[in-house]
Design a protein around this ligand. Structure first.
Ligand code: SAM
Length: 317
């Protein structure tokens, strides 16, 4: 007996053996299924359960689909949510439905399973690089100018902040792969980065290559087949030495050393300022006779020690 919930069910990216046993078991027990494209998914799902009632849940009707799903849940029946391939709501419809169903008080049960980004990442071999951080960007905009602006801001962010010097994962379709590769080379071509191109994952013509960023276009144009299929692109972090982990460890050691040295200098400066203040107070000529507050601001200006610290010291003399 299934717990009452909306089940988020990943479907294979290509190889139908990638359905998990748990996904199959749930699909066998459930009565309702919401799908991005019912015509696309019926041939895959019907052999598992031919009695399902189908709900259409694509990017243009998510609110309406959510209402329909909530009504079914209110009648104490669970629903499965699938997209055309991979995990729903990952560069696919589903997120709005999930939010609305949760808001209505119903449980969401997500199943682990196929996802092109994670599958490609696991084969990119980036974990031994500088770090294992990554940013999932998904699809870049369709307009060339917007794509360039986004890539430029990703580059600026990673240059200004070491923590953001990380691998970036993009999705791309065969229609725009040529332009996107050109854009990536244009923006990141002078950096020390590699690009993993994973195409047709889990399908007959699966191909995964890792190239230096400036070798990408040559590889792409060298064979018409390289331009076919669905793509995951993983741009590595900048591998220049100044960004390396070892170097950032060295930097942080250096920073702590600097901190110790700076603290020592500050303490020395303070000790000198206190001594100066005490001596000035003791020996100042009668005709000058500076009041404590004025004396402290004067010495604060000369030594850069805070007036408050000087004043506290003076009144405790
Ligand atoms: N929800 C899916 C997931 O979990 O990965 C992604 C759906 S998105 C609409 C489709 C994009 O995912 C494709 O354009 C491609 O970038 C990537 N993709 C899907 N299947 C793939 C495959 N077999 N090989 C490489 N990339 C794939």
């Amino acid at each position: 007996m299934l717990d009452l919930a909306l089940y988020i069910i990943p479907t294979p990216l290509g190889n139908t053996d990638d359905f998990t046993l748990r996904a199959i078991k749930i699909l066998q027990q459930i009565n309702f299924i919401a799908a991005e494209d019912t015509r696309h998914s019926k041939p895959l799902i019907t052999p598992i359960n031919s009695n399902l009632q189908w709900i259409s849940a694509h990017e243009h009707n998510e609110n309406q689909a959510a209402e329909e799903i909530i009504k079914i849940l209110q009648s104490h029946q669970s629903v499965a949510l699938i997209s055309d391939a991979g995990t729903p709501a990952i560069s696919d419809p589903g997120a709005k439905i999930v939010a609305k169903v949760r808001q209505a008080g119903f449980r969401i049960i997500p199943l682990p399973g196929a996802c092109a980004a994670v599958t490609a990442l696991s084969a990119a071999g980036l974990a031994n690089h500088l770090n294992s951080r990554f940013l999932f960007y998904g699809f870049l905009p369709t307009k060339n100018q917007q794509r360039l602006e986004i890539l430029n801001s990703l580059k600026t962010a990673s240059t200004l902040n070491l923590e953001l010097n990380q691998a970036i994962i993009f999705y791309e379709s065969p229609h725009r792969i040529a332009e996107t590769l050109q854009n990536l080379v244009e923006i990141f071509g002078r950096q020390n980065r590699s690009l993993t191109i994973a195409r047709e994952l889990s399908k007959i013509f699966e191909q995964i290559v890792t190239l230096k960023i400036n070798e990408v276009l040559q590889w792409f144009e060298s064979d018409k087949n390289h331009q076919k299929g669905e793509f995951v692109l993983i741009l590595s972090a900048d591998e220049t030495e100044k960004f390396s982990e070892k170097n950032s460890e060295k930097n942080s050691e250096k920073n702590s050393q600097n901190l110790v040295e700076n603290n020592f200098e500050n303490d020395l400066n303070k000790a000198f300022a206190f001594k100066f203040l005490a001596e000035f107070q003791k020996h100042q000529p009668k005709e000058l006779n500076l009041p404590p507050s004025k004396l402290c601001s004067l010495i604060a200006k000369i030594t850069n020690v805070s007036k408050k610290d000087l004043y506290d010291y003076l009144i405790n003399l």
